[in-house]
Design a protein around this ligand. Sequence first.
Ligand code: TAP
Length: 496
Amino acid sequence: METTLIKLNENAARFVSKPKKMFISGRWVDAVSGKTFETRNPATGDLITSVPEGDKADIDLAVRAARHAFDEGPWRTLKPYDRSKLLLKLADLFEENAEELAHLETLDNGAPLSMTKHYPGGAAENIRYYAGWTTKITGETVPVSVPGKVFNYTRKEPIGVCGQIIPWNGPLMMAVWKLSTALATGNTVVLKPAENTPLTALRIGELVQEAGFPDGVVNIVTGFGSTAGQSLVDHPLVDKIAFTGSTAVGKQIMKSSSANLKKVSLELGGKSAHIVFADADYEKALQNAANAILLNSGQVCVAGSRLFVEKKIYDNFMSDLADYTKNYKLGNGFDPSANLGPLISAKQKERVLGYLDLGRDEGAEMLVGGNAADGLENGYFVKPTVLANVNNSMRIAQEEIFGPVVSGIPFTDIDEVIKLANQTEYGLGGGVNTTDIRKAHLVAEGLRTGSVWVNTYNLIDPASPFGGYKQSGLGRENGAESIDLYTETKSVWINL
Ligand code: TAP
């Protein structure tokens, strides 16, 4: 397959052209119903391929395969070092197939190749980080004070079968974040990728198989959220659900999971505050503000979509930011000159344009952008948009838009801006630009968010925990904390 601007990597083209199957119990299978659904290239609207439409029956097969692999398969008794070796092999395979994976991600998700080419290496790093953990997950000896001679210790054990449900905005990395920790801790998995971006997840299934993981340890079911996703959440043999997606669906998942009290971890939406003090390094702050909202066309859960700028520089900063967006070229992700891709779907494009209409109605001023970028091969493009004269209580400042739209809000002092920044139901990320170390620390302490970036934005590392306060989620992925999300702690008492 040729894209308009670059020849698709040969292996990616081969992968796309072969019939797509789901991965259940080590076998590649069609949906029980025989149904399929389409996945399209968001840069052109063109059909890429069709994938099986898994639903309740397929989820049931996948969960039973994962259950069997956990309860009776060789996975449970595999030595931690051997689990580590499998993960390290998987990491190597990500690197060996890096170009293919990056091409598949750009094709399916639309993100520029200049960005996705870093994903396989990032994925390998994440997997290796957790491969290192397999041999370091330890319990404790506990100095209990009960009568007699008693020895008490704890064991960290896998939870069991984990249902993992991921969104479309960073499908490859989201799949890896979920799989690496679950596997390092000895769980088995049923993964459901987003309907808009099934391709890299299916390719990852092939790599899992090539790495030599036992059958049923990883199962991948493509399908829709309301059927396949909901069935996974409802399934009584699933012990844990790990979900990344919208807050609305996250709430629904918590409710459904209560039926058999599944453990639940959630990475949800955000409306992150990015703060610029007048004393900041101006050029750096401009760059950070643009990167905070425009990375992945704003389809990032921690997008710095509320930009708080100190009043005395507000007008200049907002106008310079509008100007700065000229550094971003919208286009097909395979176009080497494009650094801003399309939105994921026609639906998402309509949603973002709806918010732009709302912004006009609410009295925001469009300094740049404000509409679709038409004529780009029928793709789902929206221009980078900078809105001024926004106040924090407007809907455009409170609701997650998930597009390249930033709302500029003026502030007077540090106490006011911390208060405004926290006036949101979300608590995922936040940023502050200042050369005053005191302000930096006060804001870092004051923001009720899972991450705070000072004079930078969007940095993420496998060793550093990531997740949300308030309605942005439950639990932390990455880092040592993620081990807790995937293990149960057992207390063992021995009468000596
Ligand atoms: P959602 O609509 O919530 O979808 C996420 C996933 O859940 C998809 O696989 C979806 O399937 C599935 N799903 C939908 N309804 C379900 C149900 N009733 N039961 C089980 N699964 C269901 O989110 P989205 O629009 O794809 O992604 C955007 C959202 O994700 C944003 O709010 C963003 O902030 C959030 N996000 C958060 C993070 C972190 S780390 N906090 C990272 C990335 C994205 P379908 O694809 O078939 O709908």
